[in-house]
Design a protein around this ligand. Structure first.
Ligand code: PRT
Ligand code: MG
Length: 216
């Protein structure tokens, strides 16, 4: 049995066509059923639904043989617990977005950076943010949040946020503006190293099928 960990939402939706290209279709209705283990058209492949941030943990600890997770999630996971046991062989090119710095329109970010001021930055991505500002030599006080980052500059909790941006409409709706792109983000296929050794052939075939379906 090969177990693939996915998270509900855009990762699941965008992985489905890639799985289909690999000859794997999900026979359970993921949206309507409350099942967390989904059967597929292949008796030797199943899908488990976990929180996006739990995908690396499942794969690393062997709860799943492979999984699909955003680079944002993987980088934070790596910083917290390390990469041991986890292969990250493939950029799937799906769930694309960018990680950026955003501020209120009345906050002069460029000037604050130039002046060497301390900037209060709220984010879920503390590790990526810390590395980014350290590299730029910008002094920051990082404030860890678990969601709704846009609220932080609006309430005076922070001067800036580091968050994912796709269309930009969430920032716009909250009168924030993107002032700096940190990196491009897309989803990666991560693989448990031990599973790859023990189930080499079927795992390789599935990974190769993902590779063939990857968007350039
Ligand atoms: O929602 P939940 O708390 O369960 O988990 P999650 O937010 O981690 O999962 P999900 O499904 O929202 O995101 C899974 C992965 O999709 C992320 O880890 C990213 O790698 C990727 N991805 C791609 C995105 C976006 N695009 C995205 N736009 N993840 C989140 N967003 C959010 C962003 O945080 C912001 O709130 O969408 C909003 C911005 O979108 P625009 O289009 O308004 O700019
Ligand atoms: Mg979300």
């Amino acid at each position: 049995m090969i177990t693939l960990a996915l998270s509900k939402g855009r990762i699941f939706d965008e992985t489905l066509p890639m799985l289909a290209a690999a000859g794997v279709t999900i026979t359970d209705d993921a949206e309507s059923s409350r099942r967390l283990i989904l059967d597929t058209s292949r008796p030797d492949v199943r899908v488990v639904l976990v929180r996006a941030t739990d995908v690396p943990t499942y794969v690393q600890q062997g709860g799943a043989d492979l999984g699909v997770a955003g680079l944002d999630v993987l980088l934070e996971h790596d910083a917290a617990v390390g990469v041991g046991g986890l292969y990250r062989p493939l950029d799937l090119g799906i769930a694309r977005c960018r990680m950026s710095v955003a501020t209120r329109a009345d906050f002069d970010y460029a000037n604050a950076v130039k002046q060497g001021s301390r900037i209060r930055v709220a984010t879920k991505y503390v590790s990526v943010a810390r590395d980014h500002f350290a590299e730029k030599g910008v002094h920051v006080d990082l404030i860890k949040l678990y969601g709704s980052m846009e609220l932080a500059p609006l309430t005076g909790l922070a001067d800036a946020i580091v968050d994912l941006v796709s269309t930009g409409s969430t920032l716009k709706a909250n009168q924030l503006r993107e002032v700096e792109k940190i990196m491009d983000i897309s989803a990666r296929l991560v693989v448990n190293q031990t599973a790859l050794k023990l189930k080499r052939e079927p795992m390789r075939r599935l990974i190769d099928a993902f590779a063939a379906a990857t968007q350039p």
